[in-house]
Structure formats: C-alpha cells, structure tokens
Design a protein around this ligand. Structure first.
Ligand SMILES: *Cc1c(COP(=O)(O)O)cnc(C)c1O
Length: 464
C-alpha cells in the first residue's frame, strides 16, 4: 500500500484531474452482494485499480485549482496510517490519554502558529460545518441561560442570527439544525469588497429589537467561499459586545494564511470573538478531516455539551479534559496525531514559505490575466483565490458571456489537465482558480494560464 501510494504521487500528473466517469458507471461495476467467502487482498486491490480509480477526482493533483484545496502531505498520510492502525477512541481522557493530551498540546501550538488570541482554547472537530453548529448551539444556550437544552424552545421568543449574503451554506444549515430556523437567519448586505456592511448589521439589529426579536449571534467570515471576502471583525465585534451577542468567526479556508504575521491585520478584532473555526484539512497540508475550533470561554462550551451517563463516569473527571463534552460526538478520531506530524515535519518556516509561495503564484496569475484585454478580474485576489471572467471585447450580452464562461470551465475540466470551479459575482458567472495545493509549483500555474487563454480564444463567439 505504501508503495502504491508512493507510485501514485510520483505519477499523479499523468491522471486526468477530474474523473471522467458518467453517473452510475461505478455503481454498475460493483458486486451486488457481500461475498460469502473471503476474497484475497489482490482481488480487492485489482478491483480498486480497475473500478474505483477511474472514479477518483485527484484533489492532490498540483493542477487541482477548484473549490478550496483539501490538502494532504507525506507526514499527514503516515500519521493517518498510525491513527487507523491504533484505532483510538478519544471520547474521554481515560479511553485515550495520549489522544487527549496531544490534542491539548497541538491546539496551543496551532493557536500560537496562527497568532490567535491567547485566551482562546481549542478542540478538533470533524468539519467547519460541525464547528459552526457547535457555535450556534452554544450561542443559543448562553442567551437562554442554558434553558433550551433542558426545556426546548418553549416561549415565543424568536432568536436571530446574522451573517452576510456571502456566507457559506453551512451557516444556513446550522441555523436550521440549532433550532433558530432559516427565517431567523438574517443575511446582511455586503460592501464593495464583499465584506459585511457593519452599518447594515447595526440597522438589522435595531430593526429586530423594534419588532420584538432577540438578537443572539453574528457569524463573520474571513475568506468567503465565493470570492475570499473578509468581514470587518472589529466593527462586528464591538456591536456584539454592545448588544451581548455571540460572535462566531468562520475562517475555514483562509485561517491558514494567519501563519504569516503580515496577514494578521485581517483578523484584528478577533479577540472580541466567542468562537473561531479554521480547517487545517483545507490549506494546512493535513488530510481531511481536521477542523480547529477555538472558544473564548470553554466553560460555556462544556456547559452546553456536557453529558454524564453512568457508564461514562470516571475517577479522573474534573482533573482532565474529556473531549466528548466539547462537541456533538461521543466517539472521536485521533486527529491530533496527523497535525502533530505535519507541524513538526514541516516546521514553521517551511509552512510559512509554502503559503507565501501560494500567495505569490496567485498574484502572478492575476497580474498576468489583468494584462489580457479579454479577461476581467471579478474580485480582489486574496488568499490565493483568483476570480475571473472571460469577456471578449464588444460582447455586451451578459447571459451569452455567462454561457461562454460555463463552456470554458467545462472544456478546461474535461481536458483532464486542470480543474477549476465557479461562483457568481454581482450576477455574473465567474471562474475561480485557487492556488493552494500542496504540490503546486509556478510551472503548473504558467501551464494553466496558457491553457485558459488558448481554450477561451477558441470558443465560438456566436450563439450556435
Ligand atoms: C469550506 C468552508 C466551509 C465548510 O467546511 P467543512 O469543513 O467542509 O464543513 C465553511 N465555511 C467556509 C468559509 C468554507 O470555505
């Protein structure tokens, strides 16, 4: 298996980045039934190569530029092997003292590495979606004096959650599941650079107070999924303090950029936040899943999620950390191990160097593109994310240009040579290219640049 993986990485550039299978193609090839008798590993591996591999989209390909990266690295893979082999259950200290104490240590490391406020305490969750749900449930409990956990939503109070129109869909999901209801998620307008307009937030809060709602929580974003926008944390934080609202900050992807002190002006005001999430499993070279969740007041977190049935009672209770009280799950994977391997094997300087290189390459790409008269940059290039649109001179019909860009995306992805994704900016179909893959180098960006220009300019400029 290790040899297989070593070969895979050696040859990864020979695979088509995006899988070419049709819907149902893999399913049709899989046996209907569990075999009665054991099958050999050779047979299984053979099917893996023949059936599964064609259906793999290669996220670790250096020319995977879509969505946000979901990186891994050698130290991460090796540690994940140990994690699988040891198969720990880190639900509480007694069930795995090492999983617990290593997690405590790496969460402090990560906090320092990213220059996060020193009063933050961290815990690993599976995903940012879960972390945000944990934040919203905590906000709900704190504002209700921990009564909703016990009695449910009994009164007719309607609690409100605020986020910007650019916020990730996981906030919508969390607002539903935490019981606020999507009708009580207020989407605040953004300003020219797509960050939340804090004046509009203040107005929304006042309007809600006038109408008898109870403002409860604001979710601010650092590095929105569409265009990498940053909400003004300090202004939002001051409003949260003034109105006693929970402030949650979602930096799922962009949080990794904070390894560079020069980026930290973007998180000024984070010390006012109640909770913060970023995913080492995106940009920080640690394989999925690994989401770092930080809180200002860990007692509020524990009070919300603590549960103590007889079969989980231990002598060490209260003297140690029992992470089952820090989130949704009881059973927990040993995620800290891969983070420990990655942080040690890379070291701060190499991590900083790689992130700096990613930012520089994205800068190069967007500056080069800006020189082309038939391409527009659709947002400020930030966190390695370039948002652009093919806009041939003289073409005024936006919906036709939208179609051209859709075709461009499709042709690039079908070429197998690269993968990009898209968003919509101010109503216009916009292509997204993210430079953040573990293995990406300048030559990959240059080849992608040439291919994009060449492919775009071959598209027919008439409707049929
Ligand atoms: C990716 C992303 C998420 C969701 O992350 P998961 O870990 O997949 O749940 C949330 N917010 C932002 C801004 C993201 O980029």
């Amino acid at each position: 298996m290790v040899d297989w993986l070593a070969d895979y990485y050696e040859n990864i550039e020979t695979y088509p980045v995006k899988s070419r299978v049709k819907p149902g193609e893999i399913l049709d090839k899989l046996q209907d039934m569990v075999p009665n008798l054991p099958e050999s590993m050779d047979t299984i591996m053979n099917d893996f190569n023949e059936i599964i591999m064609p259906g793999i989209t290669h996220w670790q390909h250096p020319k995977f530029f879509g969505y946000f990266p979901s990186n891994t690295s050698y130290p991460s893979i090796l540690a994940e092997m140990l994690t699988a082999g040891l198969a720990q259950q880190g639900m509480m200290w007694e069930t795995s003292p090492a999983a617990t104490e290593l997690e405590e240590r790496v969460m402090v490391w990560l906090r320092r590495l990213c220059g996060l406020p020193s009063h933050f305490t961290g815990v690993l969750q599976d995903t940012a979606s879960t972390s945000t749900l944990v934040a919203l449930v905590s906000a709900r409990e704190r504002i209700s004096n921990y009564s909703i956990n016990k009695a449910g939503f009994t009164d007719n109070k309607r609690y409100r959650v605020y986020c910007s129109t650019e916020t990730h869909s996981s906030i919508d999901k969390a607002a539903r599941i935490a019981g606020f209801g999507s009708d009580n998620l207020v989407k605040v307008p953004v300003d020219g650079r797509h960050g939340m307009n804090s004046k509009a937030l203040k107005e929304a809060i006042y309007d809600d107070l006038d109408e008898g709602y109870i403002p409860c929580c604001v979710v601010a974003t650092v590095g929105s999924t569409g265009v990498g926008a940053v909400d003004p944390l300090r202004e939002i934080g001051q409003l949260c303090k003034e109105f006693k609202l929970w402030m949650h900050v979602d930096a799922a992807y962009a949080g990794t950029a904070m390894v560079l002190p020069i980026m930290r002006n973007l998180i000024i005001g984070l010390d006012l936040a109640d909770s913060y999430v970023f995913n080492p499993h995106k940009w920080l070279f640690t394989n999925f899943d690994c989401s770092a969740y930080y809180v200002a007041d860990k007692e509020a977190l524990i009070r919300t999620f603590e549960i103590l049935p007889e079969y989980l009672k231990t002598d060490t209770r209260g003297k140690v950390t029992d992470y089952r009280d820090w989130g949704l799950q009881l059973g927990r994977r040993f995620r800290a191990l891969k983070l420990w391997f990655v942080l040690r094997n890379f070291g701060i300087l190499r991590i900083q160097h790689m992130v700096t290189r990613h930012l520089e390459m994205a800068e190069w790409f967007s500056e080069m593109l800006a020189l082309e008269p038939d391409f527009d940059l659709m947002a400020f290039t930030r966190f390695g994310l370039v948002c652009f649109r093919y806009q041939p001179n003289g073409l005024k019909d936006d919906s036709f240009v939208d179609k051209l860009n859709q075709q461009l995306e499709k042709q690039l992805n079908e070429s197998g040579k690269m993968l990009i994704s898209h968003t919509v900016v101010k109503g216009k179909y916009t292509l997204r290219l993210v430079v953040g893959q573990t293995n990406v180098e300048q030559r990959h960006i240059e080849a992608a640049f040439d291919q994009i220009l060449e492919t775009a300019r071959k598209l027919p400029l008439t409707e049929d």
